[in-house]
Design a protein around this ligand. Structure first.
Ligand SMILES: O=C(O)Cc1cc(O)ccc1O
Ligand SMILES: [Fe+2]
Length: 439
């Protein structure tokens, strides 16, 4: 690697340029007859060539060998990684679901990031380029000489337990808990542990679109996730030693592997606006009421993958960050509700304001479309009586939500084999008694 440290370029959706060696980018054009340093030019498209300029995403990579130098892909298996959600292997339920923390791998087995992917829920499928999947990752070893790229969609990765050391074709990212990263469709990457510590977290995969910052409307030009806080790695390449590398891909839901005699992280320079990025959730500029009422959680949207219907997301990534609660004459925790969208939640650290127990870091919950949910009975009683002084809510905590307009199915693993579904979750609300008084 030409540099061991992590260096980043600031900004969201910028047209970046980055050179690990001076003047490695061709001057003034993309495809000169011969590239500087005898590199190969390769374009990676993230949108159709013909996508309008406002949506067009592509990057030019200048690399030691083009990606095409590999043996044919052979099918391989990954039974717990699911991308098609229509069939019998998936189970639908309108019941409220909650999961205790998902397991880390046993010390007796070595599992890397890709091997440790397990799908919990999803909708649609990649071949028609519409839908999403929610995965858990849990691993205790490096990917070593293997790299993965997702042919099916973009992956928003939410580390919960320990940091990820991610090498990508565009450079290196260190992503800690309370940070997130997005690795788009087609980008090759490899995940290593930091100081050998096991890792666990959540992934939101979207098949058809890329994540954007939400529109701000009347909020104005600033606030929520500010563009300059998104970080994209600088170009960094591995010196080549002709040892074999395995290239893995999920292609239309199935896993394939190919071999090549060179490291795929051989990009000496790149430019463009299709590149991975990370974001520190602590930088989120929280906007909320300073008068009354509980405001809808869309105010906490970090990133959105829009559908073609205005204002309706295939998936929103929403967080519940530390903040001041000041609302007067207001029941401050989340309200009781039935949502036309489906809400998968996870907890990165701490407690969640809507629940007094049972929702733990590394676990999850799913309240599907039109499924009633809200504060548990204890939270309801406490918040109904609480003195309404300004208070910090959710100090040292971070919960998040993957919210989708699609109807989610759960996988066999998610509902059964993971063994983490809390059968008594419904009891959280059973003590909400009739308090109705006419006098
Ligand atoms: O259900 C949840 O806990 C998420 C949520 C939080 C909130 O403040 C308002 C609505 C909502 O769905
Ligand atoms: Fe909700």
């Amino acid at each position: 690697m030409s540099t061991d440290s992590y260096s980043y370029l600031e900004g969201f959706g910028n047209h970046f340029t980055s050179e690990a060696l001076k003047d490695a980018l061709p001057k003034g054009q993309n495809t000169p007859q011969k590239c500087p340093y005898n590199l190969y030019a390769e374009q990676l498209s993230g949108t159709a060539f013909t996508a309008p300029r406002s949506h067009n995403q592509r990057s030019w990579l200048y690399r030691i060998r083009p990606s095409v130098v590999h043996t044919p892909f052979e099918p391989t298996t990954h039974d717990l990684l699911v991308s098609h959600f229509g069939g019998d292997q998936c189970i639908v339920t309108p019941s409220q679901l909650r999961w205790s923390p998902f397991d880390l791998p046993n010390d007796s087995e070595k599992v890397n990031f890709v091997e440790g992917l397990k799908t919990v829920a999803g909708a649609g499928e990649p071949s028609c380029r519409t839908g999403l999947a929610i995965h858990i990752y849990a691993a205790n070893t490096d990917m070593n000489q293997s790299a993965f790229y997702n042919s099916d969609g973009d992956m928003l990765i939410v580390p919960q337990h320990n940091a990820l050391d991610i090498t990508t074709e565009f450079g290196k990212l260190l992503v800690r808990p309370n940070e997130i990263c997005v690795i788009q469709r087609g980008i090759r990457f490899s995940v290593n542990l930091v100081k050998g510590e096991p890792i666990r977290g959540y992934i939101l995969e979207v098949f058809g679109e890329h994540f954007e910052l939400p529109d701000l409307g009347p909020i104005g030009a600033n606030g929520l996730a500010n563009p300059r806080d998104f970080l994209t790695p600088v170009a960094a390449y591995v010196e080549q030693d002709n040892t074999p590398w395995h290239i893995l891909t999920k292609f239309n839901g199935k896993m394939f592997a190919a071999t090549q005699q060179h490291c795929p992280f051989d990009v000496v320079a790149w430019h463009g606006n299709y590149a991975p990025y990370k974001y520190d959730l602590a930088k989120f500029c929280v906007i909320n009421t300073v008068s009354y009422d509980h405001i809808d959680p869309s105010i906490f949207t970090v990133l959105t993958a829009k559908s073609t219907t205005p204002g309706v997301a295939i998936a929103d990534f929403v967080i519940f960050p530390p903040r001041w609660a000041v609302a007067e004459n207001t029941f401050r925790p989340p309200y009781f509700h039935r949502n036309c969208m489906s809400e998968f939640m996870g907890l990165i650290l701490g407690d969640y304001e809507g629940k007094t127990g049972g929702f733990l870091p590394g676990g999850g919950s799913l309240h599907s479309a039109m499924t009633p949910h809200g504060p548990d009975a204890k939270v309801f009683d406490m918040a109904s009586e609480a003195e309404l002084t300004p208070v910090r809510v959710a100090e040292n905590t971070q919960a998040f939500m993957f919210e989708t307009s699609l109807m989610l199915s759960t996988t066999q693993w998610g509902l059964k084999t993971c063994g983490k579904v809390q059968e008594d979750y419904y009891k959280a609300w059973m003590n909400l008694e009739n308090k109705f008084r006419k006098d």
